[in-house]
Structure formats: structure tokens, C-alpha cells
Design a binder for this molecule. Structure first.
Ligand code: HXC
Length: 257
């Protein structure tokens, strides 16, 4: 499929999705949202695809929601159309995906990156929630996901002052999994995605569900969820194959069953 605001390609079992509105530093508007929902749904539904990478340009992952689109909108319009609530559909993607961030990830751009299973950052990455300077606040989950990722002190400071965090600070604060030189960002993200794509696919979904459960449940409930899902994986062919392959000292041959 082709999209107005995205470039999508597949390399083996990995889908690479690039935000492509260079004239607006990849600002997220209603069209980008529709394209992202469609692209992630297509990735999730395609049995040949096992991991995805979402990236922007060298200058900007995304500089936020499109301010020019939001400027004329009233409360009533925003409320009636449930503005940008559709991004929750992107977070409903069951299969793994990585955000590969270079340059600005601000406002909705930072929030979109935080929807990924993890963020890989170029050393040029800059994260921020500068919405307060526009008289608003995060609106795509930033106040919740940033706080869960980096804790209250940094999240509050970033939201109240609008200051940006560079890649090194983002790594220290556990906002990103890893920082790599900008020139190697896409290669590193694709390598990581290919490694995930080579894993048994049901186990990949289960691992993702378990870690995400840590954000939604109490500890005892989360551990019970983990144990039940672990037990359940023992009913899969790939568990039998994986453990037999280990004993026979050979790589596993996954069927996804
Ligand atoms: C619309 C944007 C934009 C945005 C940049 N542009 N960010 N357009 N929405 N969020 C446009 C500029 O208007 C300009 O277009 C072109 O992209 C290049 O940007 P410049 O500002 O000239 O680039 P530069 O001087 O390098 O500065 C980069 C920047 C700055 C620091 C990232 O653009 C900036 O501060 N952008 C806004 C960041 C922001 O406040 N984000 C939060 C948005 S609110 P023209 O046509 O003028 O050349 C948000 C809410 C989310 O995200 C929740 C929604 C529910």
C-alpha cells in the first residue's frame, strides 16, 4: 500500500515505516494518524512480518502534533472528534515494534515514540514535552508514559519547563534502550528488529504482553499473568522445538504454532 505521509518498505520479515512530511518536521496531523493506523494494522495482519521499525528523518522523528491544524480548533470540535484518540489504535499493535529516533521528538512526537515497545536513539535525538509553551499539555499519553519511564522529577520538570532532554540524558533516565551514532541508527534498528523477527513469534507476542502488563496491574496479578502465559507457551510447538534444538545444539526452526 502507499500512504500520503509515510514511506513503507519491507526487508525480509521487518517492516520499516518512515514518517514523511519533511516540510513540517514530520508534524503529526489527521492524515498522518490515519496513515499510521492503516500501516500498523497492515503490519499486524501480515503473517510474513514479525517486527516493525518506525522512524522519521535525520532532523526530526516528529516535532509534535501539527500546531497549524490544531490552532483553529475549539474545545467542542476537539471533544466531538475525540482528537487524536485514534493513536490508541497504534498502541494496540500486538507484534513488536521499535521507534528509531533521530533529531527532534517533541510533544506528540515524543509521545508517539513512547508508544513503541522500546526507543533506540541516535546521539542527535532530543526529547521534550513543550506543549505548555502553547498553552496546552501533553495529549497523546505523554504525562503518563513519560512519568512511568523517567519518574516524577524529570517528567514534571520537562512538562513544566518544556526543556529538551538529549540522547545521553534520555539513556541515563531509561527513556531509551540504547544510543547509537546517528549514521548507524537505521542499521542498528533494523539489526535489532531482524533479531526479534527471528524469534518464535508467539513467544515474541507473549513477552510483549507480559512487560506491558507491568504497567497495568499490581505485582501479584502481573506475576500470575506472567506465570499463566509462561505455562501456556509450553503448549506451543515452538516451545518443544526450542528446547529440543537447545539439547541437540542446533538453531530452532520456528513454525509460529
Ligand atoms: C506544525 C511545524 C511543527 C509543528 C515544526 N513545524 N514543528 N508545523 N506543527 N509541531 C514547521 C515549522 O512551522 C516550519 O514550517 C518547518 O516545520 C520547519 O520548522 P522550523 O521551526 O523552521 O525549524 P527549526 O528552526 O529548526 O526549529 C525546530 C523546532 C521548532 C525547535 C522543532 O520547529 C519547534 O519548536 N516546533 C514546535 C515544537 C512543539 O511545540 N511541539 C509540540 C506541539 S503540541 P514553515 O512553513 O514555517 O517553514 C503537541 C500536542 C500533542 O504535540 C497532543 C495532541 C493531542
Amino acid at each position: 500500500a502507499t500512504y500520503e505521509t509515510l514511506l513503507v518498505e519491507t526487508q525480509g520479515a521487518v517492516t520499516l515505516i518512515r514518517l514523511n512530511r519533511p516540510q513540517a518536521l514530520n508534524a503529526l496531523n489527521t492524515q498522518v494518524l490515519a496513515d499510521l493506523i492503516a500501516a500498523f494494522a497492515a503490519y499486524d495482519a501480515d503473517p510474513t512480518q514479525r517486527c516493525a521499525v518506525l522512524t522519521g528523518s535525520e532532523k526530526a522523528f516528529a516535532a509534535g502534533a501539527d500546531i497549524k491544524e490544531m490552532q483553529p480548533k475549539s474545545f467542542a470540535e476537539m471533544y466531538a472528534e475525540n482528537f487524536f484518540a485514534g493513536f490508541e489504535k497504534v498502541t494496540a499493535t500486538r507484534k513488536p515494534w521499535i521507534a528509531a529516533v533521530a533529531g527532534f521528538a517533541l510533544g506528540g512526537g515524543c509521545e508517539l515514540a513512547m508508544m513503541a515497545d522500546f526507543i533506540l536513539a541516535a546521539d542527535t535525538a532530543k526529547f521534550g514535552q513543550p506543549e505548555i509553551k502553547l498553552g496546552v499539555a501533553p495529549g497523546m499519553g505523554g504525562s503518563q508514559r513519560l512519568t512511568r519511564a523517567v519518574g516524577k522529577a524529570k517528567a514534571m520538570e520537562m512538562c513544566l519547563t518544556g526543556r529538551m532532554m538529549d540522547a545521553a540524558e534520555a539513556e541515563r533516565a531509561s527513556l531509551v534502550a540504547r544510543v547509537v551514532p546517528a549514521a548507524e541508527l537505521i542499521d542498528e534498528a533494523m539489526k535489532s528488529a531482524q533479531a526479534i523477527a527471528a524469534m518464535p513469534p508467539l513467544a515474541a507476542i507473549a513477552n510483549k504482553e507480559m512487560v506491558n502488563a507491568a504497567f497495568e496491574t499490581g505485582l501479584a496479578q502481573g506475576i500470575l499473568f506472567e506465570r499463566r502465559l509462561f505455562n501456556g507457551l509450553c503448549a506451543t510447538q515452538d516451545k518443544a522445538e526450542g528446547m529440543t534444538a537447545f539439547v541437540e545444539k542446533r538453531p530452532g526452526n520456528w513454525t509460529g504454532k
